[in-house]
Design a protein around this ligand. Structure first.
Ligand SMILES: *Cc1c(COP(=O)(O)O)cnc(C)c1O
Length: 475
């Protein structure tokens, strides 16, 4: 047993021999010599390990060269790959949230390829302002006097707090001290912004008099936060935006409303629950409203700050603004996205976020029935596949308790023994597809919610490449 591996180890080729193979020549042309030499050394090392472990392994130079080429090709593929989002969450933060409208994609590509009049006024030939590209559009849809834009809504909240409440108190209800996931916790953001958090009321009830008593000479602002990802129900009390605005106006302190997702249009028009719009929030008397670009609005990642002209001017004078601003590519995509709102009737066609949210269950179900035989045939006898009704979510904290009736495929192993492991391996095989398919595990099934699947043919072609791995004995 000991002599044989030694003998076989000596049969492995030298690096130079491997580099003479056709696959290595191809690899050198594509990836450069240093990378190929490194990959060949690694392939030889792996072969040595396999032989020592008594595993089958070819010692032929062309096999080693092919292994090195395969590794380099796999490494060259971006990890930021397109996937099929069949999770049922339309605005999935981990899958990049909103898909951009074609008009936004075109505008972004044009801005990437060319110099643009980013901070240049074409009418006068003088220096212009980056924000001018969005000011008018945002004013048009929100009714706000002025607007600016930064990297994301977290940045919008940070910048607003730092500008208006640094070294001062920010008054906020205990029922609104949210954590949104990741490291975005309102009390921490306050601390980073240099504002002193003044919590008022209780988790479930905050009264008008709590605000009235808390506002004093040290108050920088009053903050209202849209409770994006939870809802407090039961014995509750919250002071309405209108009433609160009357109080803050009388006391001369700004009322800032972090809307989170923020929408420019009433979603009820597409059969979804009503979410307060930016215009309604401004009309209710908020002095500043902050919201995201890539949630319900359907654009690229960005954070909007809209509201009173004097306050926006102050925000723009904060040196932090320079560190949080966005680039020409996103600016172009945002402006193109916002322009679509000029024709609300066409939004369900043009804006993927609204289009996907508005897709009727019946149409999704029909697609599920068409895909069922394709998926079932590929999965074989070990899995049972059926069309199911399911519930999609908007995601990213918008309308947290609302679900949208949807449809999809439920895939279950036919035998209960080892079902959990079998489902995990199935999910892994889906992730290995040329375009990885991401579903969700629920009730002992792999669920593919088809709400966000639009290109049925592409899905079918991709699915044909599914390799469950078992005929190679791979685990
Ligand atoms: C999502 C959200 C944020 C953070 O917005 P990003 O654009 O992800 O930075 C802040 N506040 C609320 C209420 C939110 O829902």
């Amino acid at each position: 047993m000991t002599a044989e591996p030694d003998f076989r180890l000596r049969a492995l080729p030298a690096v130079d021999d491997v580099l003479k193979q056709d696959a290595a020549t191809l690899a050198i042309a594509r990836f450069g010599r240093p990378a190929v030499v490194k990959a060949v050394r690694q392939a030889l090392e792996a072969a040595r390990d396999a032989l020592r472990a008594g595993k089958p392994q070819s010692s032929r130079p062309d096999a080693i060269a092919s292994a090195a080429l395969a590794t380099l090709t796999a490494e060259a593929r971006s990890n930021l790959r397109p996937v099929f989002n069949l999770t049922g969450t339309v605005l999935h933060t981990n899958l990049g949230r909103a898909l951009l409208a074609e008009a936004a994609v075109e505008a972004a590509v044009a801005a990437m390829r060319s110099a643009v009049a980013l901070e240049f006024d074409l009418a006068t030939g003088k220096r212009g302002e980056r924000d001018d590209h969005l000011r008018g559009l945002l004013g048009e849809f929100s009714g706000a006097e002025d607007a600016t834009v930064v990297n994301n809504n977290a940045a919008a909240v940070l910048l607003t707090l730092n500008t208006l409440a640094k070294g001062r108190e920010a008054v906020v209800s205990r029922g609104e001290l949210i954590e949104i996931g990741g490291a975005f916790r309102m009390p921490d953001i306050m601390a980073r912004a240099g504002a002193r958090l003044k919590e008022i009321g209780t988790t479930n009830r905050t009264h008008y008099k709590d605000y009235a008593e808390a506002i004093g000479p040290k108050t920088g602002l009053v903050l209202k936060v849209h409770t994006s990802n939870y809802r407090i129900a039961g014995f509750t009390k919250e002071v309405g935006a209108h009433e609160l605005a009357a109080l803050t106006r009388e006391r001369g302190v700004p009322l800032v409303h972090d809307l989170g997702s923020g929408t420019l249009v009433d979603l009820a028009g597409w059969g979804l629950a009503h979410e307060p719009t930016v215009a309604e929030t401004i009309a209710d008397g908020a002095d500043i409203v902050t919201f995201s670009g890539d949630k319900l609005l359907g654009g690229p990642q960005a954070g909007f700050i809209v509201g009173r002209k004097d306050l926006i001017a102050k925000i723009n004078r904060n040196p932090m603004k320079r560190a949080l601003r966005i680039d020409k590519i996103r600016l172009a995509a945002l402006a193109a996205t916002l322009r679509l709102y000029r024709n609300p009737d066409a939004l369900a066609d043009e804006l993927p976020t609204i289009r996907l949210l508005a897709r009727p269950q019946l149409a999704i179900k029909a697609m599920a029935h068409r895909l069922l035989p394709i998926v079932a045939a590929k999965l074989g006898a070990r899995f049972n596949v059926e069309v199911i009704a399911c519930a999609s979510q908007i995601g990213s904290g918008a309308l947290p308790l609302e679900t949208i009736p949807s449809a999809g495929l439920a895939i279950r192993p036919r035998t209960a023994r080892g079902a959990g492991r079998s489902l995990d391996r199935l999910a892994a095989a889906f992730r290995r597809l040329p375009v990885p398919v991401i579903g969700r595990l629920e009730d002992g099934a792999q669920i593919l919610d088809l709400r966000c699947l639009e290109d049925e043919a592409a899905f079918a072609a991709n699915f044909a490449a599914l390799d469950l791995g078992d005929d190679h004995g791979v685990t």
